[in-house]
Design a protein around this ligand. Structure first.
Ligand code: ACM
Length: 268
């Protein structure tokens, strides 16, 4: 099957324009699974919660329904980042439309930088969605979640074949780590990053593109440049991730020794 990552520059605060663009790119992407960036419908750099509230969307909003309709009409799985309004709370979320009318929401667990001023911390945890019609199991994480190997590991232990990572990355170190997340878990990793700049007051954030799809041994299968919009597509075989053995003695899951690990230190 084919998977695509879409690299784009959302228009800051312009939901209408961004939804139309996402629908157009979703239609154009020649792949069964199409991953869009973090906060693709709103832009990223919000420092005022009331301003963010103006662009936050409920899951059943017409804007999101438009994207779901395209996904269902084209029978594609679409993963799109957006600011989610849920009662009084606002999450940095990604929705997955499964192409058959089903939807799933992941709310970013690890908030990055000034996101902490405006978003609520995600409460969904990490979970895996089985897309039966494609025989693929997808886990979602969002951008800065990559810094926590526990996130990708949790998804892999729950049976993910592919980890999708809608992103708005502003550093470069992720390009060393993402292939390692793939290799250490033997899963595909698809990172959809954005491009462009956003300014608040004196501060400008620059998003660095390089959206990429990594194979389950960490190889680069497809990549986009740092500064142009585009769609990168790769062929993947999800079932090949399911045996974690790599020689007759070793299996990266069977060889784990949870008794020796102490993962509950630090914050709760
Ligand atoms: C990030 O989490 N947007 C870097």
């Amino acid at each position: 099957m084919q998977i695509a990552v879409v690299q784009m520059q959302p228009q800051y605060g312009n939901i209408h324009a961004n939804v139309n663009r996402v629908c157009e790119l979703l239609s154009r992407a020649d792949a069964a699974v199409v991953v869009f960036p973090e906060l693709a419908l709103s832009g990223y750099f919000f420092t005022d919660r009331e301003q963010l509230r103006n662009v936050a969307l409920e899951l059943n909003s017409p804007a999101l329904q438009m994207i779901e309709q395209v996904a269902t009409a084209q029978r594609k799985v679409a993963i799109v980042g957006f600011p989610e309004q849920a009662g009084e709370r606002i999450y940095n979320s990604a929705v997955l439309y499964d192409g058959c009318g089903g939807s799933y929401i992941y709310r970013k667990t690890h908030l990055f930088y000034r996101e902490r001023l405006v978003f609520d911390e995600g409460d969904t945890g990490f979970f895996v969605i089985a897309i039966d019609w494609l025989d693929v199991r997808i886990g979602m994480m969002i951008c800065y979640d990559w810094r926590f190997p526990e996130a990708a590991r949790t998804l892999a232990l729950q049976g993910a074949d592919v980890i999708v990572c809608p992103s708005n990355l502003v550093t470069h170190v992720w390009r060393m780590a993402m292939p390692v997340r793939a290799l250490e878990n033997k899963v595909y990793v698809a990172v959809a990053n954005r491009i462009g700049k956003e300014t608040q007051g004196e501060e400008t954030l620059e998003f660095n593109g390089h959206s990429a799809i990594y194979g389950y041994n960490g190889t680069l299968l497809a990549e986009l440049p740092s500064d142009t919009e585009g769609i990168a597509v790769a062929s993947i075989e999800p079932a090949l991730t399911r045996s974690k053995s790599f020689n007759q003695f070793n299996d990266i899951f069977a060889d784990r020794r949870p008794w020796a690990y102490r993962l509950s230190g630090g914050a709760s």
